[in-house]
Design a protein around this ligand. Structure first.
Ligand code: SF4
Ligand code: SF4
Length: 389
């Protein structure tokens, strides 16, 4: 069995029978669920970044979580589903997220919804960035982790799929601190890859039935792709996912970070794929206006730092408030790790000098008023590479 194989299979709708059949089919080339042993406790790390109705395409769809639960229970495993949204990591927040996201469907299928809100410390000597980090303790109670992500565009990382989903192992209120620790997108991406390497889920499955395009990962638009992707390799799965939505994998910071460690190629040409993936290629998927790959790295001497600073000022994408849409709720101010947002006259105002471009404000604005703004220079440089707006 090739551990780097990526499997893709059609899944047109979230009808329970369709989900179950598609899951069985997409896992079959990977050996199915033969790794499951009776009595095993399997943790499904879903994408529950915020409470949202399943049709909004913010979270892993509950019909798929329920279908996987049934398949695991049929093998005498027990199932716990969890995640840490970008908020307080406690019962009242998570119960609300579970309810809004339709997780009762998975509960009825036999899954337990995680209510262990302990936090643990990890020491990871092999990490590039995250040598020490805090994580959600429920994962320690699992014999195996399945990473069940959602295909979405993402303000900071361009793509939210398998690798990025592991950021949900960091307790919600600590996430802004990690953005502050790793303000550079490349360092942040290295930290994400560290988390993937540390937790090493046995399986990654991507819900690309209804993906999210545009202002992702929480305020974009649902986009029907009609596919499930699966692999034991998060980065190769992400290379295929990026290719399907028209993103150059080399421009996805987590994939560039994985490539620097020789964990994955940055082209779909170097990947073995089971299934007719070309039928799922999207020609009009709305990508987010962020081109972190353009950022100039430069040297570490004074000259390199000066040139890098000047170039990046011209190139870097920034958060921008759409005043007409802002309702002055203050959520962006509260999540901003740099404490650089104020509410004035019931509108958010960003003090750009301190902004670290983490896009937490964009991710958690409840009405999509905070957007990713790309500079005119970056737009000119990527002219011809743009496929959609
Ligand atoms: S303003 Fe937005 S992008 Fe800038 S540091 Fe604050 S949360 Fe991050
Ligand atoms: S979170 Fe969105 S709506 Fe709320 S104050 Fe910030 S920009 Fe305005």
């Amino acid at each position: 069995m090739n551990p780097h194989l990526v499997s893709v299979f059609p899944c047109e709708t979230y009808a329970p029978e369709t989900c179950e059949k598609a899951l069985i089919a997409v896992l079959e080339p990977l050996g199915g669920l033969d790794w499951v042993r009776p009595g095993m406790r399997v943790g499904i790390k879903a994408n529950l970044v915020a409470g949202a109705k399943p049709e909004k395409a913010v979270t892993t769809h509950p019909a798929l979580l329920a279908a996987l639960t049934r398949l695991l229970i049929a093998r005498d495993a027990s199932v716990v589903i969890g995640d840490s949204p970008g908020n307080l990591y406690n019962a009242s927040v998570l119960n609300r997220v579970y309810a809004l996201s339709g997780l009762s469907e998975a509960e009825e299928a036999g899954a337990e919804l995680n209510r262990d809100f302990s936090e643990k410390e990890a020491f990871f000597a092999d990490a590039v960035q995250a040598k020490q980090f805090t994580y959600t303790g429920w994962l320690d109670g699992c014999d195996a982790i399945v990473n069940f992500c959602k295909l979405k565009s993402h303000g900071m990382m361009s793509l939210s799929c398998a690798a990025k989903n592991l950021f949900g192992t960091i307790p919600g209120t600590m996430k802004p601190e990690y953005h502050y620790r790793f303000p550079n997108p490349n360092e942040f991406a290295d930290m994400i890859v560290d988390l993937d390497e540390y937790f090493k889920p046995v399986l990654h499955i991507c819900d690309a039935v209804l993906a999210m395009e545009g202002n992702g990962p929480t305020q974009g638009k649902p986009k029907h792709v009609g596919a499930l992707l699966a692999s034991q390799d998060p980065h190769r799965l992400d290379v295929l996912a990026a290719t399907l939505i028209g993103l150059d994998p080399a421009e996805v910071p987590t994939l560039a970070a994985a490539a620097r460690r020789n964990l994955a190629p940055t082209s779909v040409d170097g990947i073995e794929i089971a299934g007719d993936w070309k039928q799922f290629v999207q020609t009009d998927f709305e990508l987010i206006e962020n081109r972190n790959s353009l950022l100039f790295v430069g040297g570490d001497n004074i000259f390199g730092k000066t040139v890098r600073g000047a170039m990046n000022l011209c190139l870097v994408s920034r958060p921008k408030v759409k005043k007409s849409a802002c309702i002055g709720c203050g959520r962006c101010r509260d999540v901003c790790p740099a404490h650089t947002i104020a509410i004035k006259n019931k509108k958010a105002v960003i003090n750009r000098r301190n902004c670290i471009k983490c896009f937490c404000c964009q991710e958690f604005c409840p009405v999509g008023a905070m957007r990713v703004h790309r500079s005119p220079v970056a737009k000119i440089l990527t002219h011809g590479k743009e496929r959609s707006k």
